[in-house]
Design a protein around this ligand. Sequence first.
Ligand SMILES: Cc1cc2nc3c(=O)[nH]c(=O)nc-3n(C[C@H](O)[C@H](O)[C@H](O)COP(=O)(O)O)c2cc1C
Length: 198
Amino acid sequence: MSKTESGVICILGSPRREGNTDRLASEFLKGVESKGYHSRVIIPTELDISWCDGSNQCFRDGLCIIRDGMNEIYEEILEASHLVIATPVYFMGPPGSLKSFIDRFQAVWARTAILKTFDPDDELWRSKHKAFVIIAAASEKPNMIRPTRSILKAFLNIIGFTYAGELIATGLDRRGDVLIREDLLKKAYEAGSCFVGS
Ligand SMILES: Cc1cc2nc3c(=O)[nH]c(=O)nc-3n(C[C@H](O)[C@H](O)[C@H](O)COP(=O)(O)O)c2cc1C
């Protein structure tokens, strides 16, 4: 997807390919594409990225000093008009690979809170940056997904994306479980087509 094309960036947080999260994200993106939008999928486990080391060197200029696969990603995400984050629940939170990806956005937090060069609450900015969240979990208990949702909401707030909606898919454990959940696959497709129409 080139930067000039209208498109959706999907951050796929599951390390399990063709698992429940992957399938739901694919359906969502089919819905997106049905409206003529393109999509690009970013998979943190395939990026060769390190975790934030807490050096806070980004407080000087809002840039991360770690040179790795994240360097191109920051501006690509911030330039996206539509972002979807799809993740399974691992011990109540997102998988470590996705959490590391999120932590590296401390550099963007520094632009807001330390350097005051970026205002994620700017109304015009927010109107142009929308996000959708997909969460897959084995448990049916509503409190199981809350920490993951809170982490994703905080992340999206920091980077100035409006929380446009979510699909919470519970009761999914083994890799193919979602394939017999036509209701969830349909919801994912519809959510994707509505997301770009919003
Ligand atoms: C390391 C690990 C931790 C997990 N922790 C939870 C949990 O705390 N709550 C839950 O409901 N499911 C938990 N699960 C189950 C996954 O959320 C579930 O299998 C999900 O459907 C996996 O999505 P995927 O197929 O996209 O990987 C865990 C799975 C793994 C591998």
